[in-house]
Design a protein around this ligand. Structure first.
Ligand code: R1P
Ligand code: URA
Length: 288
């Protein structure tokens, strides 16, 4: 079997993987990811026991237990460029034999739940609600480098929004959606989530310049295709879903809505709102 070269799969002298600084035994098969490294502790403080803490750059990992369930929480930092590193290295930790540098015969599928923050694109999705993403629509460049299938959804986005580039569309895990979407809570919304390669102009924010894409927020807000509207903006989901599909992992992105871009409201307590989503996920994730 073909061995992966030392520069394609870089290991640190202690055998850990290059950026995450983790060895295979350091991670659980169920992983919560967050953008903000400080949010790792907000998740792991609910663990009954923490067995490992590792950090390097923006990638902070805590692994431990809630009851008998082993869990890891890892921060990615901001953006799909970080998600690309995180997902490739997590996959290598479980699906590549690091001693022989060969792909393992048996495939391990991880359960990965992103808990992040986001801005809503529809007045009907208020501040302090939650969006669980069915689809990620990637406005970033990752789709140009990995196999993605042409999507009628992305083609409709390009045509209706008059864009000079094609986004990529990827889907979340139905298994995790069924477990974690709370049908009884009216503050839960199903999402078609736009993943942006920036926080300002790519999300329709205007500071000291005239953006190249005019009226971007209105275009996001007014888009409709086969009964689907665009629900929210953030910076990681489509990347996670691309790698979930490509590498065979169950991935779900859940967002605490901290900004309503249509009504211009910002949450009075975004940390509390995000922690409430963390609590709701942790209550159910042990059922996996
Ligand atoms: C921007 O403020 C960041 O917040 C959102 C975006 O995706 C981006 O990473 O997620 P996190 O709160 O998880 O970082
Ligand atoms: N995160 C984003 O990326 N956008 C927002 O508006 C809020 C949080």
């Amino acid at each position: 079997m073909k061995s992966i070269s030392e520069t394609d799969l870089i290991l640190n002298p202690d055998g850990s993987i290059y950026h995450l600084n983790l060895r295979p035994e350091d991670i659980a098969n169920t992983i919560i990811t967050v953008g903000d490294p400080d949010r790792v502790e907000v998740v792991s403080k609910y663990f009954d026991k923490i067995e490992k803490k590792v950090s390097k750059r923006e990638f902070v990992t805590h692994t431990g237990y809630i009851g008998n369930t082993r869990l890891s929480v890892i921060s990615s930092g901001i953006g799909t460029d970080n998600v690309e590193i995180l997902m490739n290295e997590l996959d290598a930790l479980v699906n590549v034999d690091l001693s022989t540098r060969t792909v393992k015969q048996a495939h391990t599928s991880l359960n990965i739940v992103r808990i992040g923050t986001s801005g809503s694109l529809q007045e009907s999705i208020p501040v302090d609600s939650y969006v669980v993403s069915k689809r990620g629509i990637g406005f970033d460049a990752l789709g140009h480098f990995y196999p993605t299938t042409t999507s009628s959804f992305s083609e409709a986005v390009q045509a209706q929004m008059n864009l000079d580039f094609l986004s990529y569309t990827s889907f979340g895990s139905q298994k995790l959606y069924d477990l974690l979407f709370d049908n009884k809570n009216p503050l839960y919304f199903e999402g078609n989530t736009v993943t942006c390669p920036g926080f300002y102009a790519p999300q329709g924010r205007v500071l000291r310049y005239s953006p190249k894409q005019e009226n971007l927020l209105q275009k996001f807000n007014q888009f409709s295709f086969q009964g689907n509207v665009l629900t929210n903006l953030e910076m990681e989901t489509a990347g996670y879903y691309l790698f979930g599909e490509l590498l065979g992992h169950e991935v779900l992105s859940m967002s605490a809505i901290v900004a309503s871009r249509m009504t211009h409201q910002f949450s009075k307590n975004p940390e509390k709102h995000t922690e409430s989503l963390i609590q709701q996920v942790l209550e159910k994730i042990t059922m996996l």
